[in-house]
Design a protein around this ligand. Sequence first.
Ligand code: C2E
Ligand code: CA
Ligand code: CA
Length: 752
Amino acid sequence: MRIWLWFLGGAGALSTVAAIVAPGGKGALNSAILLGCLAVAAIALRRQRPEPRVAWWLLFSGVVASTASTIALSAVPNAPEEMGAGYFFCYPLTATGLWLIARRLRPWSSTRILDASIILIGIAQLTWLFVLYPLLHRSGLKPLDAIGVSLIAVCDMVTVALLLRLALAVRRSAVALLVLASAGVMVCTDAFYIVKYVAGRGAIVISSFSAVGWLTWALLFAAAALHPEARTALLRARKSRGDYGTPIAGFIALSLLGPGLLVADLVLRRGVDPWRHALVPAVLTGALMVAMVLRLGRALRDRVRLQQELAFRAQHDVLTALANRELFRSSLQEEIDAQREIGLLIIDLDGFKDVNDTLGHPAGDELLLTASERLRACAGSGTRSGATPEAGAPEPLLARLGGDEFAVVCRPEVLEDLAAALVRELALPYRVAGREQRISASIGVYSGHPVTTGEALQGADIALYAAKEAGRNRFVRYHPALREAHVAHTLLADQLRAAVESKTGFAMHYQPVVDVHTTRITAVEALLRFTTPEGNAVSPAVFVPVAEEIGLIGKLGAWVLEQACTDAKAWHDAHGISVTVNVSGRQLRNPAFADEVLAVLKRTGLPGAALVLEITETVLVTASLEETAEVSRRLARLRAFGIRIAIDDFGTGYSSLAYLRTLPLDVLKIDRAFVHRIEERQDKALFRAVVELARSMFLTPVAEGVETQGQASVLRELDCALAQGFLFARPMPAPTLAALLEERAATPAAVA
Ligand code: C2E
Ligand code: CA
Ligand code: CA
């Protein structure tokens, strides 16, 4: 449907007829066509509701205002001057309409306003020089008329400037072209009208040209409103080339044009009064210069800012805006070159990888941001991350080295205080993805006069490893002995990887859990053993954390469970004993854990009631509430199959009792530290309290690490029936345990 084209063609043909039959806008046909255009435009605007609404209606009102004047002037013979007022009012209406559209397309910035004023002043200069001044100079108009004409000229120029701006901002379309053309025709027609008016010394004459112009304006506008794409066409902006590509050369040409023409004019028209003639152009040129200087200054400032931004990005981490690795290294190098004593902290967030894996990268970023804010707060307000430390009192440099690793370069005197504060602050709960998350930090501390940045970094790194190995959530200061430990650690990690791959070097040992009254074996705890290729036995207390760290604990734990259940099946069938298997926190967090355990039971034929899973309390304390809830659900599911859950090393962690209450538990294993001096009065009282607590929570207490008869008799006295320890039996290989069980079954139980 090309109604708008049909309309344009039809009405255009009619207009031509009207212009020939009755030139100068006289005659009923001309008025009828004008009114018809207005009616069509009004209906189209109501139907199509083009956006921006107000702007369209303002443009429409502009056409109405001038049409009213045209019709009135042509209909009334010797019409009074005031009837031409519509020609004036159409300006503010049209200009405001154009301004609204342009603003919607591309919001005004001070830069764009400056650009527009430069263009406007340029146009004003030309208009004054070539149109207005010659006209006014020669016409001998009354002063009031002269002011009126000047005002209209100013309006014309403003409208032209707005048209230019709109033409540059709007995406090209038929509608945009029609609207621009209609307003353009209006400006030209009015300018012509003024010229005529001035030439006719204030007499109102509508020339044929003006009449055709006004008609064309109304026609084009109505066609634009009719166009099927009118609704949104003026909302679509042309792709911006940004403010940097300002045509500076064009500006300079424009600014030289005014004064150049002025000089030329003065030389050519030597006769006229040069001062009156020059005053207005001089003022305009001055204004243009000011605008130009402001604009160039702004362009320069933008460029400088861009330069700074690029420089900052090259040296800083995008996420946290802390210094990046490059800036960190160069700052450290400067400190070394200045032969100052270096203070260095390397900070690593414990368990960050888990958060990132389970909650996703955006959550991980959120956590890192919070951590970096705490880092800033701790290292002191007013820290200029990225600033070169000044001589004397260098400010701390904060950097993100990548991932969850941060670094601080600071004065050695404040090093340990800062490290302690950071450990404290970074362990506070984090709010991430709408949940509360708990995470801690391990820090390596280094100070001294290193020869290279590498030496300082390695020292801090080794200390960081030591902090991790000592249980995380702490800082450790570097000393040379740590280096050996570090080397051993790396070696062990490599050996574990190889051993898991080849399934050699691992073995299960079993330590009996006995009834202290009868010494009958009720259960065995499965304890993993690792022997290095050189034949050295490594304690699980050492290698299990390493296996966790390098991501091997899942595979290893699965093997342990399978082996323990296989071995225990025969012992359970023959002697009714259970098996206790240690489970690492990382295994528990695996969503498939429950399924895997149930699958092992099915494969080995061990009943659920014969299996106890041992978990440490620290594992659960460091997890978030949601994660604990998740683990609880998993454990509860296993309990439904008769599997029991034991809390290991009770008393060594910092778990609250209220917290334990929320977990589905069956057994409480009281740590060796509580049993050790149980014969002394104070410790005995404490131990009794723990046993009573366990009973109140319907948990079976088990004493760990019983080494003496004295300890055993206190346990009997306190009626803590179940115990484990070297006194009864050391951990032993499966065949040895099997033999022991057979031997015990042959002889009746004796009281120890
Ligand atoms: P745990 O679970 O507390 O295991 C008890 C540890 O105490 C064992 O050390 C055992 O040999 C030792 N122990 C037993 N009775 C006595 C005693 O009377 N006196 C003394 N001083 N020690 C005694 P082990 O075998 O070196 O295991 C150390 C830790 O390694 C275990 O502590 C457990 O947390 C972990 N672990 C062992 N096997 C595994 C495993 O298969 N998986 C996981 N995740 N962790 C394991
Ligand atoms: Ca255990
Ligand atoms: Ca234990």
